[in-house]
Ligand binder design. Structure first.
Ligand code: ASP
Length: 305
């Protein structure tokens, strides 16, 4: 296995409750990286507050991802990247490891917190994934408010689109998809992921993030997983499910490393994986130059990139 494709990894041992968030795999400049790490720390703290109060892993990952969606530094919610038409199309999903219930939205028009709509798909519909105009209609029926696109599109997103179109490429955002995994004090795990996808993507393109098993997976019997990176590669190797399954026997850090190495060997795709295993242990790995992250547990905090 091409383990040398892995550029960094990190692990934390078993604990009563834990949360780990990422701010996207990529190549974030030294100038912007501190802001990304700080954003992850704020999100992990928000999720940790839910867990410390006895809340569920599911509520904790939703809360953490909402914080990251509201932070314009990241490619999710406000600040999301633009497609070929200069429009925002959002992908997000959430999964409960106890029930294996999951919800997702994809190619969704601007709404402030797509992860909250994904959660509502899980809780209030009999479906797992809603797309495009149908997803927007569901959100409106559920009381979510359509955002004015100009309130969510940043100058940075416009500049990135112009640069990609000048080169006639579709590009990954340099580290900006967001995700969270958690284990609560009752031993339940959950995962959530949210993104604007890729800069200058075709209208209607859907990546791995809203796809259960590719961008997000959670099972109390194994682990919760959120992934980031080249979505087409991740879909092809079912990265989140592959990594979660491996964590059962190999531990979270090794599973993150091995699943990314496998994806790189089979598809050349790069990215990052975060995992929260059923015993509360945490692990992450990346094959990119950077991936901002932050963790909080009942015993302490850590962060990095
Ligand atoms: N996985 C996301 C996508 O392909 C992008 C990313 O994680 O940066 O839509």
């Amino acid at each position: 296995m091409a383990e040398d494709a892995v550029t960094a990894s990190w692990a934390h041992g078993a604990c009563a409750w834990s949360i780990l968030v990422h701010g996207g795999a990529g190549d974030v400049s030294a100038e912007h990286l501190p802001r990304h790490v700080e954003g992850c720390e704020r999100a992990a703290a928000a999720g940790a507050a839910v867990l410390a109060a006895g809340g569920s892993a599911l509520d904790a990952v939703q809360r953490a991802v909402e914080v990251l969606e509201d932070d314009a530094s990241f490619n999710a919610g406000t600040g999301a990247c633009l497609n070929e038409d200069g429009a925002i199309e959002l992908d997000a999903s959430i999964m409960d490891g106890t029930t294996l219930q999951a919800g997702g939205v994809c190619a969704l028009a601007p709404f402030k917190n797509p992860i909250a709509i994904a959660r509502r798909v899980m809780d209030a519909s009999s479906h797992v994934l809603l797309a495009g105009e149908g997803a927007a209609r569901f959100a409106l029926e559920q009381g979510f408010v359509r955002a004015d696109p100009s309130s969510m599109i940043t100058d940075l997103a416009r500049a990135r689109l112009a640069a990609a179109q000048a080169k006639q490429t579709t590009e990954g955002w340099a580290g900006g998809t967001v995700g969270a995994v958690a284990r609560d004090a009752s031993g339940r795990v959950a995962a959530a992921t949210s993104t604007g996808g890729m800069v200058n993507k075709r209208a209607g393109r859907v990546g791995d993030s809203p796809i259960v098993g590719a961008g997000t997976y959670a099972d109390d019997a194994t682990a919760a997983c959120s992934t980031t990176g080249h979505g087409e590669a991740m879909i092809r190797v079912c990265l989140a499910k592959t990594a979660s399954d491996a964590a059962r026997t190999d531990g979270a850090e090794h599973a993150a490393r091995a699943s990314l190495a496998m994806m790189h060997a089979r598809t050349s795709g790069t990215g990052g994986v975060i995992l929260a295993a059923r015993d509360g242990s945490l692990g992450l790995a990346r094959t990119t130059r950077t991936m901002s992250w932050a963790a909080a547990t009942d015993t302490g905090r850590a962060s990095g990139a």
